[in-house]
Design a protein around this ligand. Sequence first.
Ligand SMILES: *[C@@H]1O[C@H](CO)[C@@H](O)[C@H](O)[C@H]1NC(C)=O
Ligand SMILES: *[C@@H]1O[C@H](CO)[C@@H](O)[C@H](O)[C@H]1NC(C)=O
Ligand SMILES: *[C@@H]1O[C@H](CO)[C@@H](O)[C@H](O)[C@H]1NC(C)=O
Length: 300
Amino acid sequence: MGPGKHVSDRRCLRSQRSRVAVAVLVFVATLAIILPPAILVSLRKDNYSMGPKAKVFVPLYVYPTPGAWDPLLNVISAHPDVNFTVVVNPGSGPGPSPLPDGNYTKEVPKLAAHDNVRLLGYVATTYAKRNISLVRKEIETYAAWSTISGDPNLAVRGIFFDETPQQYDAGDLVYLEELTSIVRRTPGLGPDNFVFHNPGAIPDSRYLSTADSTVVFEATYDTFQERDGAKLFEGIPDSDRSQLCAVIHSVPESVGGSELRGLVRQARRIADEIFITHLSTDYYASFSGKWKEFVRMMAQ
Ligand SMILES: *[C@@H]1O[C@H](CO)[C@@H](O)[C@H](O)[C@H]1NC(C)=O
Ligand SMILES: *[C@@H]1O[C@H](CO)[C@@H](O)[C@H](O)[C@H]1NC(C)=O
Ligand SMILES: *[C@@H]1O[C@H](CO)[C@@H](O)[C@H](O)[C@H]1NC(C)=O
């Protein structure tokens, strides 16, 4: 047991220590190189698995008693990177007066003030059979809201034409083209001058190009499943998801969490505008219990 041995022991310990230190360094360096891409890959996989981003479409057929629109205003503020297309409908159209009632004139500007909201005014067309002068008058009523009220935020940026035809008819196409050109040239509907159609189902594809977006599915969750949602729109010639909107209602309460995620993902793959609700009656008259969860999934 001389000092020499002692020294060699110490040396041995020192070299062992440095070997451990090198091993730790190598391990940490390896982690530093491998981990960030691994994290990125898993994030990317997560994003990818939700499909392309889509806008939340909201048929807001809810009367704006004070607070009634708060569930919508709250998610709009909470998710500034989600875009919302919101249809307002004061009276199956703009209503009989130049301006809607005081609750509307107070609440509409709150929605319009958000950059991630595109407001549209509801107008019925009764399958292209409604007197087009009356339709034009309603479009002009919405367009005049901000000038008449003096409030730049009491305004819509386009029109949601409800009950547009499905079957092709040359006269109906001319009718819809005329409405589109009215919306496009009306300054009070800027800057978007957006045209939305709702035939409620896949229309003749010749109608699609007259609108910026078209509701090609408006039915229950069960129908979406039966018709194999993911393949639903394969049959529409010359269209792509950027032109399409899907409205799925009557989703069973039991469909939440990963099952709801699956539905949202499937819808995002086929349509750029989506509304999903668990309500099975008056689907557009209030917000379902899973409304916030749905919007969170749209944000992912
Ligand atoms: C949301 O709207 C903004 C402004 O129009 C646009 O730049 C952005 O791409 C939109 N995002 C989605 C996900 O639609
Ligand atoms: C706004 O809504 C409330 C509650 O429904 C109602 O009592 C009130 O008369 C409405 N105000 C206007 C100006 O219509
Ligand atoms: C449409 O309505 C306008 C204005 O009310 C009226 O003058 C016109 O005759 C109507 N046209 C048809 C085809 O009913």
